[in-house]
Every structure is written in C-alpha cells, then in structure tokens.
Design a protein around this ligand. Structure first.
Ligand code: ATP
Ligand code: LTN
Length: 334
C-alpha cells in the first residue's frame, strides 16, 4: 500500500490555502493510502513565538485536522515532538546537506529577510533537513503539499539519494503530490494576489482563516483586489495578467470540482463571481467549524488520539532511525 506523510505547522491560524492546497488531499488519501499526518511543532520553533501559545496552537491544529475530516481509524495523526526519531534523523540529514544548498531555499531567503540573516535562527536555515527527516522516517512514497513546498521536496529527494549513495540503500526517495494548476495548490493573498496566502503573514484582510465567521469571509472576498478591466471577457483565468480574478476562479473551481475556465464561462462581472466564491467558502467551512466546536469541548479525546498516533508513529520511525544510524556508522548501543 502506498505510504503518505505530510505535516502542518502550528503557527498562527490555519487558512484557506492550507485547506485547499494540502488538507483536502490529506483527507482524500486516507482511503487509498497508509497515511501519516503530523503537527510539526518543532518547525514552529524556527521563528519567534510564545511557549504557551505554541502549546495551545498545537492542540488547536490537531483538533482542527480532526474536524476537517481526518479519521483516526483511517490515518495516523501525531505531534512531531512526540516522536524523538525526527530530531535524531534531522541531525544525520544536516550532516548530509551542505550550507550552500540550505542557503538557496526560497523560504529561508524570504523569512530571514524579514529580520535580517544575522538574527535569523539557525533552525530556520536547517529546517528543510528536519522536514526531510519527517518524510524519510516513514518510507513515504508520496507527500501531499501545496505548491510552495516543491523546492523542499526536491531537496528531500536529493538528501535521501545522497545518503543512500554514501552509506548504502537506507531511505525511500519520495515524490511530491501537488494539486494541478488551478486546483488550489497555490491560493493567493486576497489583498496582494501575487503573494501566497499564509498563516503567518501580516495581511489578515487578505487571508481567509478557517475560523473566520461568515460575515468576515464575505467581507474579505468582496474586497479582494482584482483589476480595472470591464470588457465582456474581464472574467478569465490568466494568473500572470489577472492574478486577483484568477485566484477567485481557482478557489471557486477547487471547491466546486470544476476547472477555472469552466467557472469563468459563467460570469461577465466581478461582483457575482465574488458573491458566489464567498458563499462557496462559507458553505465549505461551516460544517468544519461546527465540528471543531464539538471536538474542542473534549480535549481529552483529542489527546487520546494523539497518544495512539505517537505510539504507531514511533514504531515505524524508530526502526528507520536505527537503520540510518547503523548505515552512517554510529556504534549500536550494547
Ligand atoms: P506559515 O505562514 O507559518 O509558513 P503556511 O500557511 O504557509 O504557514 P504551513 O504549515 O507551512 O502553512 O503549510 C501547511 C501546508 O499548507 C503545506 O502543504 C503548504 O504547502 C500548504 N499551503 C500553505 N499555504 C498555502 C497556499 N496559500 N496555497 C496552497 N497551499 C498552501
Ligand atoms: N515545511 C512545511 C511543513 C512540513 C511538512 C513536513 C510538509 C514540515 N514537515 C513534512 C510535508 C512533509 C511547510 O512549511 N509548509
């Protein structure tokens, strides 16, 4: 059976791009694959944050994943730091990667530019090695992610191949599983449609959070930046020339299971497109929000799911870590 693994960071509030780009595939894959999903709390330490907030965001994210449709009977849901093999193998992969290739990662360049390289955490630079460890520990065949993770997946493949070449066949080399163009793999910020929507951006008006109430969702989508075209073919899918409109078409197409071109054919003006996109998003999120409220009132049951998930994840990951340590030449204990 195909094995899949993916992770999401407990940084900030989950947003529509997380759902359309990644979580939707996670949910679908539960039926066809042996699926491992984790809340990657160690990744959240790469940027400044508060300890109590991290604890509560980790729990919120796990609860939301269940509310969105992850079923503990059909997948293994766990918290990354509950499985020590992740940090163990991350070190082996840091010693497989080079400084130069880490420094070339777009995410490092973007995120370190904010406060300057001098102050950026070393973990932010090393982060892709931890992500690669998350993946190879489970012998994952496929990794369902949004388009922004393409480069990290390429690096994961490179590191797994390099390790295998140096120390003998140890890791499976995984493939990324990214939604097709126009199918939610890259949801853009509603206010700055050339930038991806993100949990931790400072553009709350451009981000639809999964916990937003219907009024906020409607307001944000109705105020989405478009362009000044008003001809008969103003509504068309052309991400380069018309990023704002194309983003709305992409969102509505993904939710309704059509292509952006098919959606565009039904509109001549932006107002109705925005109104229908807003309704579709509200309808998509309402049941998830209701289920979240139910689950959040019983944190003990979520904790129980995470405990069982960590146990199963540990079994698989510890065996891979032992294999990797032996391959690289670490003396087995006793
Ligand atoms: P941060 O702002 O903290 O980096 P993020 O919103 O980018 O957070 P992550 O936890 O890094 O979210 O990513 C979780 C998953 O969601 C990943 O697979 C990522 O590719 C996907 N994802 C994130 N943003 C988008 C987006 N705008 N469109 C499509 N997929 C996305
Ligand atoms: N780097 C990813 C989150 C992430 C991940 C993973 C995704 C961490 N570990 C393993 C897939 C597989 C991000 O920032 N979106």
């Amino acid at each position: 059976m195909t094995r899949v693994l993916s992770g999401i960071q407990p940084t900030g509030q989950p947003q529509l791009g997380n759902y359309l780009g990644a979580l939707r595939s996670w949910i679908a894959l539960q039926d066809s694959a042996d699926a491992f999903y984790c809340v990657v709390d160690l990744h959240a330490l790469t940027v400044p944050g508060d300890a109590a907030e991290l604890r509560s965001a980790t729990m919120t994210m796990a609860t939301l994943l269940l509310a969105a449709g992850l079923d503990p009977d059909r997948c293994t849901l766990f918290v990354q730091s509950h499985v020590p093999a992740h940090t163990q193998v991350a070190w082996l992969l840091e010693c497989t990667a080079s400084f130069g290739e880490m420094r070339r990662m777009t995410q490092w360049k973007d995120k370190s530019a904010k406060g300057g390289e001098e102050a950026a955490r070393l973990g932010l630079l090393a982060y892709p090695a931890l992500m690669a460890a998350d993946i190879v520990l489970y012998d994952a065949d496929r990794v369902p992610v949004g388009d922004d993770q393409r480069q990290h997946l390429e690096l994961t493949r490179t590191l797994a191949e390099r390790f295998n070449h140096r120390y003998g066949q140890t890791f499976k080399v995984p493939d990324a599983l990214i939604p097709a163009r126009g199918q939610g793999g890259r949801v853009m910020d509603l206010q700055e449609p050339t930038r991806k929507m993100s949990k931790s951006s400072d553009s709350p008006q451009g981000t639809v959070f999964l916990f937003d109430d219907p009024k906020d969702i409607e307001r944000k989508i109705k105020r989405a930046v478009t362009d000044a075209d008003d001809g008969p073919d103003a509504v068309r899918y052309d991400p380069a020339a018309k990023p704002g409109v194309s983003n709305l078409l992409d969102i509505l197409a993904t939710i309704t299971g059509r292509t952006p071109d098919q959606v565009a054919a039904g509109y001549t003006r932006y107002g109705p497109l925005k109104a229908d996109t807003a309704s579709a998003v509200v309808e998509l999120l309402a049941p998830i929000q209701a289920r979240y409220r139910e689950l959040a009132s019983d944190p003990a049951s979520v904790a129980k799911v995470l405990r069982a998930g960590a146990e199963r994840a540990n079994e698989v990951a510890a065996a891979t870590a032992a294999r990797a340590e032996a391959a690289i030449g670490l003396l087995p204990p006793g």
